[in-house]
Design a protein around this ligand. Structure first.
Ligand code: PLP
Ligand code: COI
Length: 353
């Protein structure tokens, strides 16, 4: 249990008006906790949101020892605030920390820090349809040292951003570029971890996709460039001949919390679900014989994002009618209903703040 000192701002900001977009506005406060080797995590506090002052030699700037998470807060019509499965983020955060040689944080302390910050900022949770409070916990190595080594000092920080849809066109289907040259991760690397380096390495392909008119990249495996992995900011699901198919957790993709929730929902509806390798050839064949019924991505920021088009080399696959499919819509409605409190929370995924 953390003893969190709270220092409130005397100059609260105006809340943004109009379309929020994603990750552009920040709330009035942030959570900070220090780590020092030999002392451990200490000095947990909530402070006014402000710039950081760090040595230019801080190790994170040079060798990228950092990690981050993403989760969301929601408010219901009665004004009560909720988080969606925050203990899963705490657990995944520690998995990432272990891979990145960053000290872990007890799950209950992690969730407590998120809850207390959301409680302080509860009037920042937007309530317009399709909006929520995006919560971004992250840890950076701050020791000033230029040798390649594990930092002896870290900061754990949580910032929050009232946000709308991740993609500019909301729930409209996104077009996705299947990358056959660059790769994101390999087994034994850090693809399963949520760390900045994975995203830095994705940018060149993302620019290439954007230049071709595609919103995101779908990665293939790093060895054979044959098996589907995941999208830039989401996991991927296919409905093939009535079965829900998604790549298994191979070690090189992120174990998405939305992915886990969607699999649980589909199974509860009696849908056949397969977590297994899916080759690009299987996908092209399913498209050719008309059994590739729907494709959607899953993620905290992206929620459920229907895919309208997939391009692989010279093949452009238009999925269904190019509009959101009925099954994708059902998954979206159920998941967001549970998150917002308008659907029965039968799996106990909501945590009141
Ligand atoms: N894959 C990647 C690369 C991501 O960045 C994300 C987003 O967090 C996901 C998958 C989906 O994970 P989650 O559902 O936990 O947000
Ligand atoms: C999230 O969905 O929380 C993510 O971290 C995606 C992010 C890269 C925008």
């Amino acid at each position: 249990m953390l003893n969190i000192a709270i220092n409130k701002t005397t100059t609260p900001k105006e809340k943004p008006t109009g379309a929020l977009g994603f990750g552009k506005n920040f709330t009035d406060h942030m959570f900070i906790m220090n780590y020092t080797k030999g002392i451990g995590w200490h000095n947990p506090r909530i402070e006014p949101y402000a710039n950081l002052s760090l040595s230019p030699a801080s190790m994170v700037f040079h060798y990228g020892q950092e990690m981050f998470e993403g989760l969301k807060g929601y408010k219901n019509d009665q004004g009560e605030s909720f988080l969606f499965r925050p203990e899963m983020n705490a657990r995944r955060s520690n998995t990432t920390c272990e891979r990145m040689c960053i000290p872990t944080i007890p799950e209950e302390d992690y969730v407590q820090a998120v809850r207390e910050l959301v409680r302080v900022e509860s009037d920042w949770i937007p309530t317009e349809k399709g909006t929520s409070l995006y919560i971004r916990p992250f840890i950076i190595g701050t020791e000033p040292y230029l040798g390649v080594d594990v930092s002896k000092e870290f900061l754990f920080i949580i910032i929050m951003s009232p946000s709308g849809a991740y993609y500019a066109n909301g729930l409209a289907p996104v077009d996705i570029w299947i990358e056959d040259d660059y790769v994101r991760a390999v087994k034994g690397g850090m693809g399963f971890a949520k760390t900045g380096g994975n995203y830095a390495s994705s940018l060149a392909a993302q620019l290439k996709a954007h230049d071709e008119g595609y919103a995101q990249v779908l990665w293939l495996d790093g060895v054979e460039r044959k098996y589907i992995e995941e999208v830039g900011a989401m996991n991927i699901f296919f409905k093939i001949d009535g079965t829900i198919v998604t790549p298994h957790l191979s070690g090189s993709i992120l174990p998405g919390i939305t992915r886990d929730s969607v699999i649980t929902l589909c199974k509860s509806w009696g849908m056949p679900v397969e977590e297994r390798p899916i080759s690009i050839d299987e996908l092209l064949e399913a498209q050719k014989n008309g059994t590739l019924e729907e494709v959607f991505g899953t993620g905290t920021a992206a929620v459920i994002s229907p895919v309208g088009k997939l391009r692989y080399k010279d093949d452009v696959m238009t999925i269904g009618t190019g509009e959101i499919g009925t099954f994708s819509q059902k998954v979206y409605d159920t998941l967001t209903g549970i998150q917002l409190g308008t659907e029965d929370d039968k799996f106990g995924w909501r945590t009141q703040v």
